[in-house]
Ligand binder design. Structure first.
Ligand SMILES: CC(C)(COP(=O)(O)OP(=O)(O)OC[C@H]1O[C@@H](n2cnc3c(N)ncnc32)[C@H](O)[C@@H]1OP(=O)(O)O)[C@@H](O)C(=O)NCCC(=O)NCCS
Length: 462
């Protein structure tokens, strides 16, 4: 960044020309991809500093962005969300095209390695994943002690943590060296290890909650087929055919495969930036997935449909939402200011299942449709750019497939593990900086505090 006097010409058109009124100095800050580097702002310093030493004015200007509302933390070629148009692309392909033409293994391969796999690459990828989906005996022993009625997401989360304990040679502090960084073979193994564990933990969660034995993955099967095989669904899957369930779970996994710096992907990368191994870092991401504002919104939406019960009671709920008494789960998004492009696919799967005579009708689907219909026409939602997101219909789809909606968080995570691994691999390739934001101290500086008075207050409270 260059500092210029106000009279000097700008050096570049691709720059932000700013004047710091505290000092009268002006600066040209380079703009790259419509962004300025926060680090460049450090050169902007007040002449006499700020009166509050906690402002650390001598260190230069900083950026305050609670909730990362307008901050990019990495460059990426993995996916692009156009929030205004409501489109999503994975690598160089539109989500809609991949959804229509590919299976999840192909999409995962594309995200991670940058191209769609040839026959041999796909076969190899599948067999690596299938092998990584065999739970260590230690995990099976530990999971049997978990309560069967615990929320599925907490069981899945605990299985992942247990899995990490069984592999100490993958843990940098256990072996005393940094792993994966600059070692592409090691990193490749970690991709399969992490994705395999996340998928198997999903199947194991289902088996544990339903008191079933877990089946064994097979090398030639797809990741989703292996999950269904391991769940031992047999013929009691609500009369849905095995092939139909596999096909729809494939579609759901594709819809969730990648979504840029989503809350859980960024939590994962935050953890991995300390060079923790990816499976352990996934435990951190898994924790945030259960939050009601993130993937947990799927469960929250379903529970609110259950509470409402019938479409005629939707208006009451809408009034509560607009009065700020509750949130409408499955609506709104940080990036999309129009309809989430994944929502239409969910809706289409739901319509397809609703026409299937073998699927038990679920009246809550009508509640969801009414919520969506009303919100689409309501000024409260329109004026705030709040539209349907992927989560409104997701729980109903999974319920129509014969699963309890709670299983959707591990299923979504199975899909997202591919996008997360793609981001991790890219980060390892460029030696990540540790992610370490700052807070802005607005308390009293110790220098300005009357120590006697401070202590006196403390004594008076004893
Ligand atoms: C996704 C979400 C967390 C994004 O949050 P955000 O970008 O921080 O947006 P904000 O919370 O600042 O919302 C902006 C405004 O819209 C309102 N709003 C946002 N989402 C809303 C929702 N689902 N229901 C009701 N009001 C909502 C906020 O109250 C706020 O209104 P205000 O300007 O009058 O204060 C938010 O839309 C939400 O909570 N959605 C429901 C949970 C959900 O479905 N999550 C899954 C996302 S895929």
């Amino acid at each position: 960044m260059s500092s210029t006097s106000p009279s000097k010409d700008r050096k570049s058109q691709n720059a932000l020309h700013v004047v710091d009124k505290r000092s009268g100095r002006s600066y040209d800050i380079p703009i790259i991809h419509n962004a300025i580097r926060a680090k460049d702002l450090e050169a902007i310093k007040a002449l006499n500093g700020s009166s509050a030493s906690a402002d650390q004015a001598e260190r230069g200007l900083r950026v305050y962005d609670p909730g990362y509302q307008n901050t990019c933390v990495e460059e990426s070629e993995i996916s692009f969300i156009n929030g205004e148009k409501g489109t999503l692309q994975y690598r160089n392909y539109s989500l809609d095209e991949l959804y229509a033409q590919n299976d999840f293994d192909e999409v995962a391969f594309l995200l991670i390695w940058g191209h769609l796999p040839c026959f041999e690459e796909k076969r190899h990828f599948r067999s690596e994943l299938a092998l990584a989906m065999r739970p260590p005996q230690r995990v099976l022993d530990v999971v049997s002690s978990y309560p069967r009625d615990a929320p599925a997401y907490t069981v899945w989360f605990a299985i992942l943590a247990a899995w990490a304990t069984s592999d100490p040679h993958h843990i940098p502090i256990a072996v005393g060296k940094v792993l994966s960084l600059g070692d592409s073979d090691h990193a490749k193994g970690e991709v399969a290890r992490t994705m395999g564990a996340v998928a198997a933990a999903f199947a194991l969660t289902y088996c544990h909650c339903h008191d079933r034995r877990i089946g064994t993955s097979q090398a030639e099967k797809s990741l989703i087929e292996n999950v269904v095989l391991m769940m031992n669904l047999g013929s009691d899957q609500n009369d849905n055919s095995y092939a139909g369930v596999v096909r729809k779970l494939n579609k759901i996994a594709i819809l969730y495969a990648e979504h840029g710096m989503s809350n859980s992907t960024s939590i994962f990368l935050h953890s991995a930036s300390s060079l923790a191994d990816p499976l352990t870092s996934f435990v951190a991401a898994a924790a945030t997935m259960g939050g009601p504002l993130h993937v947990g919104a799927i469960d929250m939406a379903y529970k609110s449909f259950e509470r409402i019960g019938t479409p005629d009671r939707v208006p009451e709920m809408m009034e509560r939402v607009k009065a700020g008494k509750e949130r409408l789960f499955g609506y709104g998004h940080r990036v999309y200011k129009t309809e989430d492009p994944r929502a239409k696919h969910y809706k289409a799967i739901l319509e397809e299942l609703s026409r299937d005579p073998n699927v038990r009708p679920n009246g809550l689907a009508d509640v969801a449709r009414e919520v969506d219909r009303m919100a689409k026409e309501d000024e409260y939602f329109l004026s705030r750019g709040l539209s349907v997101n992927a989560d409104l219909y997701a729980s109903l789809v999974i319920a129509a497939l014969g699963f309890e909606p709670a299983i959707l968080i591990p299923l979504m995570a199975l899909g997202r593990s591919s996008g997360i691994m793609a981001h991790w691999l890219a980060a390892m390739g460029r030696r990540p900086k540790i992610w370490r934001p700052q807070d802005m101290f607005v308390g009293k500086n110790v220098e300005g505090v009357n120590k006697e008075q401070n202590r006196a207050i403390m004594r008076s409270k004893l």
